[in-house]
Design a protein around this ligand. Structure first.
Ligand code: ASP
Length: 572
């Protein structure tokens, strides 16, 4: 039906006869018998000149046959790529009429998200969405190509499975054939990819749909896509290299530049310097250790196991209101308070100055390398709390928007094997229960010093977003059983839930390791979007609803009966 796309026409096409198809983006009358139509398709917009009165309204779908001609000089529009030409229509065919769109499709107007999602088919026509979908497709294809080049084979794993633990709630699907029994939808293909290794696949990958029933956020949807990979006879080094190659290739495919090698940091260092296991290293404002300065302080608030501070260069003109607001935030995050100091004429001005000794003040100035005009922000508490609160404070005051500060990939390595305990006092895996402990720390495991055990797990971080995680896996039945036991998973339960994996390990499991990262997150950052919903064609709202199809929906009694289900009345 068409010879060209609207946005592709240039001055070099002058004089050509073309046929174009698209939507009426805008219509301007010029006297009674002349109209200018902005015709839009995926590639962009072109101006079409239509003679004679015709009823061509916004979002009508047209086919235009006509001739490309140069615009008169004074009407050239440098803000669009086709701005030097226009198409003189010879024939206008209305392919579809349209009601007025539910919201303006220009990029300038902010539109309510529910309205956008309810009419996503209209929303998708916007330039921003077309650009994002194209970027997404390119990222997918670059990643696929990178994995194939490295000898990985794409294997599809099932959606209806038994539960795979990734630390979230499962979505479940009732079985009609076996009422009362349920499939889980995969939180990840974790167990299947490990079984692929036992099965000799050697290098597996999949752009896999994963489902987790968690609260939704800017970087989280119920269902999301991961590049999921696993390889046999490899070390952590190999996996880092495979994945680095893939994400750097995807980045290059979008930005045209290949970032240099991805730096590494241990989990411990990330926590101490950035107060986070996913540090945004696009900016400074690092956490500085101050504990030693205050070991014999008279200031009660500083009698704590850990004190750290952030120096904000030129931050001293901050308003009192903002300081109160930051203090309030720190309290919400769990701190007892926030101590602030302004560096003025070489002095530390603060409501707490009078409680600090001269030695303490000069040690502070020296350690933080202060300069006049700086603002210092200090928190004293348990070490974990100090890191947590200052880590969040750092982001609150310094985090650049997604479109600024470049792309800072970072590998975070040497994660602890366990983090904290659950309500029953059982340690929780920091990654998942299939992660291999650090070889040097196996004796700590045996001695019960659980929180001191490091794992062979690693995360990939981009601009402060956790892109993904992976680990060297346990491939020996005895170690896997020991870990289940430490986690409080009784052998019977382990057999029931993961018996098939433990069984598989009897039949010759190769050492293996893997990784998975979120394609939506990577794509969002590469597209300069703060929210992954902008790079997903049909996302759910923050509350998990789909305004387009109105899912989730109740189902009728007949269907419930068939599944052997009964719905309880809503809780009061
Ligand atoms: N299955 C893990 C996840 O989804 C990734 C991995 O360990 O490969 O986070």
């Amino acid at each position: 039906m068409r010879t060209d796309r609207c946005g592709d026409l240039r001055l070099t096409d002058e004089g050509r006869s073309v046929s174009l198809c698209g939507w009426v983006s805008r219509r301007r009358e010029h006297g009674e018998h002349l109209a200018f139509i902005d015709l839009r398709d995926r590639s962009g917009i072109v101006q079409v000149v239509v003679d004679g009165a015709q009823d061509l309204r916004a979002e009508y779908v047209l086919q235009i046959k006509g001739e490309v001609r140069q615009r008169p000089d004074e009407t050239t529009n440098t803000s669009i790529k086709t701005g030097e030409i226009e198409v003189q229509a010879q024939e206008v065919i209305v392919l579809s009429e349209a009601e007025p769109p539910p919201f303006p499709l220009d990029e300038r107007t902010e539109i309510d998200e529910v309205l956008r999602l309810r009419h996503r088919y209209v929303d998708l026509r916007r330039e921003r969405m077309q650009k994002n979908l194209t970027i997404r497709s390119k990222v997918n294809s670059a990643i696929r190509q990178a994995m194939e080049e490295q000898g990985f084979v794409e294997v599809e794993t099932p959606m209806l499975i038994a539960s795979t633990p990734e630390g979230a709630r499962d979505f479940v699907v009732p079985s009609r054939k076996e009422p009362g029994s349920f499939y889980a939808l995969p939180q990840s293909p974790q167990i299947f990819k490990q079984l692929c290794m036992v099965g000799g696949v050697d290098r597996y990958y999949q752009i896999a749909r994963c489902l987790r029933d968690e609260d939704l956020r800017a970087d989280r949807q119920f269902e999301f896509m991961q590049l999921d990979a696993e390889a046999s006879f490899v070390t952590q080094e190999d996996v880092l290299a495979f994945i680095s190659y893939a994400v750097l290739s995807a980045t290059e495919a979008i930005t045209g530049e290949r970032p240099s090698e991805i730096p590494r940091m241990s989990w411990q260092e990330a926590q101490e310097r950035f107060g986070s296991d996913k540090p945004d290293i696009r900016f400074g404002l690092e956490l500085v250790e101050l504990t030693d300065i205050f070991t014999s302080t008279e200031f009660r608030a500083f009698e704590a196991p850990c004190i750290k501070g952030i120096r904000v260069p030129k931050g001293s003109d901050i308003s009192r209101n903002r300081l109160d607001d930051l203090t309030e935030k720190c309290k919400q995050w769990g701190a007892k308070g926030l101590v602030w100091m302004k560096v003025e004429n070489g002095e530390l001005n603060s409501p707490v100055s009078k409680f600090l000794s001269e030695e303490e003040k000069s040690a502070l100035k020296e350690t933080l390398l202060v300069e006049d005009g700086d603002l210092l922000l200090l928190v004293a508490d348990e070490r974990d709390m100090v890191r947590h609160v200052l880590g969040l404070l750092r982001l609150e005051i310094g985090r650049p928007p997604v479109t600024e500060g470049g792309l800072s990939f970072l590998w975070v390595v040497d994660f602890p094997l366990f983090e904290g305990v659950d309500e029953e006092g059982n340690p929780q895996p920091a990654h998942h229960p299939f992660t291999m402990p650090h070889e040097e720390d196996i004796d700590k495991l045996e001695k019960g010093d659980l929180l001191g055990v490091r794992s062979q797990a690693y995360d990939l971080v981009l601009n402060g977003w956790e892109l993904g995680s992976g680990s060297v896996r346990i491939h020996k039945r005895e170690i896997q059983e020991m870990i289940f036991q430490v986690l409080g998973i009784e052998s019977e339960e382990a057999q029931e839930k993961f018996g098939f994996l433990l069984d598989a390990f009897r039949y010759g499991a190769p050492p293996h390791a893997g990784f998975a990262f979120g394609m939506d997150r990577l794509t969002a950052i590469l597209a300069g979007e703060e929210n992954i919903r902008e790079v997903i064609a049909y996302p759910k709202t923050q509350s998990g609803a789909d305004p387009l199809t109105s899912a989730p929906n109740p189902i009728d009694d007949k269907h419930l009966n068939e599944l052997g289900l009964r719905v309880l009345p809503p809780k009061q």
